[in-house]
Design a binder for this molecule. Structure first.
Ligand SMILES: CC(C)(COP(=O)(O)OP(=O)(O)OC[C@H]1O[C@@H](n2cnc3c(N)ncnc32)[C@H](O)[C@@H]1OP(=O)(O)O)[C@@H](O)C(=O)NCCC(=O)NCCS
Length: 408
């Protein structure tokens, strides 16, 4: 059952419906054409194995699929460690012949009303372009920092220990060891996404098209961490493909091993955080050279009181958030009282200083990645008293920058 009547702004020949298993080949064609990709049979088999038709919504023009949106189920960690169920929107595409007629807007409206009806507090996505999703109430929640490290010049500070304990293992061993470590990392990391067994199987099948011309994966493990990497022999680069650490010794031990790889000149990583401990562990922090910085995961709140009361705050905060959400109309005034030990948030007209805030800006604050002061300067958040903005900045910022860790 759909959650809206046929959206009136769409051309009359366009209808929306839920997908069935039989739609998979046609969905893959629309998606491939939209993104400019020809999927191989092997790629399609992998994708089909995680395709749940109930989670896909289609737009049709006289029986032909012209628009798709889908989602994957995740648990996502909030600051403080609680994990909440979330929908990860994916497979968003509209046929090249049918663009800018409101098909995406209609699909998003129907899909997100469904998420809200299912009781989800948060939805997530990664964006092909930065200008698309702000209008739908999404804000940047995590960032990717791409770095290159000149291994020979990256010496550790003399006082940094060498904890050791690293072993090199085969893929079958990593498959057994890594999921539990990843769960421990996720419990400590705001924004972290849960992984399914099927995700691990596909990732570690390590298909040729994921290698970008480099070797198959190598793996290092420590009791509290692991890293998977490839070697690009042409450029003498070690490319980190996946890494998670649930303890500081593992972090140091694994980085020490990576930066000691003979025959490698550069170690590259695509998704470090802005405040990565590595740079402070080195004698010369500049050796962790940032070569790219991008938005990573985007988030939106479907149920602001539920999401805000599930997280913890760096300092005590008591405000009324006046949330503007023209897309889904799930805004309103919510009083948030929270601190390091707990929080409650419920509809309330007053009782505390009022902060006007756009839905997308609140989503950027949710995982602790954004700075309330910057959002205020960008006019996405406003309070009469500047001290309230300073308190919000302190309360929402976390000890760890958020990281989602899994692409979807
Ligand atoms: C992005 C895409 C799905 C948009 O579909 P669409 O049906 O043309 O979008 P709509 O007509 O519903 O547009 C909805 C709104 O988004 C805006 N918009 C759509 N695509 C946009 C883009 N690429 N950049 C900026 N704004 C965009 C429209 O201007 C419109 O604005 P408004 O309603 O606020 O006035 C489609 O262009 C596409 O398939 N692109 C290639 C694949 C892709 O990038 N998918 C997204 C994956 S994250």
């Amino acid at each position: 059952m759909l959650h809206t009547d046929a959206p009136s702004l769409l051309p009359p020949s366009i209808t929306l419906r839920r997908a069935t298993a039989a739609d998979f080949p046609a969905i893959a064609v629309v998606d491939g054409r939209s993104f400019g990709e020809h999927y191989s049979h092997e790629q399609l088999d992998d994708i089909r194995s995680v395709f749940d038709p109930d989670r896909y919504l289609l737009a049709e023009d006289r029986g032909e699929i012209v628009g798709v949106t889908g989602s994957y189920p995740f648990d996502v960690t909030l600051p403080g460690g609680a994990a909440v169920p979330a929908a990860g929107v994916s497979w968003v595409s509209v046929a090249v012949t049918h663009r800018r007629r409101g098909i995406l807007r209609a699909l998003m409206a129907e899909q997100h009303r469904g998420f809200a009806a299912d009781g989800l507090a948060v939805s997530l996505l990664t964006a092909s372009e930065g200008a698309i999703y702000g209008r739908f109430g999404y804000g940047i929640a995590t960032e990717h920092r791409e770095v290159e490290i000149d291994r020979r010049r990256a010496a550790f500070r003399a006082d940094v220990p060498d904890p050791g304990g690293v072993r090199q293992v085969a893929t079958s061993d990593l498959r057994r060891i890594a999921p539990a470590i990843h769960r421990r990392w996720a419990a400590q990391t705001p924004g972290a996404l849960s992984r399914t067994d099927r995700w691990w199987d596909i990732h570690l099948a390590d298909r040729e098209w994921h290698r970008g011309g480099a070797t198959a994966l190598f793996h290092l493990v420590h009791p509290d961490g692991y890293v998977s990497y490839r070697i690009d022999r042409a450029t003498r680069t070690c490319r980190i493909a996946d890494m998670a650490t649930a303890g500081e010794e593992a972090y140091i031990a694994l980085w020490r091993t990576l930066l000691a790889l003979d025959l490698v000149e550069t170690v590259s990583a695509r998704s470090l955080t802005a405040a990565e401990p590595l740079q402070f562990l080195l004698a010369d922090p500049r050796q962790v050279r940032t070569v790219g910085q991008y938005d990573g995961m985007w988030a939106r709140l479907l149920d602001a009181p539920a999401a805000l009361s599930a997280r913890r705050y760096g300092t005590e905060v008591d405000v009324v958030l006046d949330v503007r959400d023209p897309f889904l109309d799930r805004g309103g005034r919510f009083r948030l009282r929270g601190g390091p030990d707990g929080a409650e948030c419920a509809p309330a007209a007053g009782g505390a200083p009022v902060v006007g805030i756009e839905a997308a800006a609140l989503a950027s604050l949710l995982f602790g990645g954004a700075h309330a002061g910057s959002l205020a300067r960008a006019r996405l958040l406003a309070a009469d008293d500047p001290a309230v903005v300073r308190r919000l900045t302190a309360a929402f910022s976390g000890e760890r920058p958020p990281q989602h860790g899994t692409e979807f």
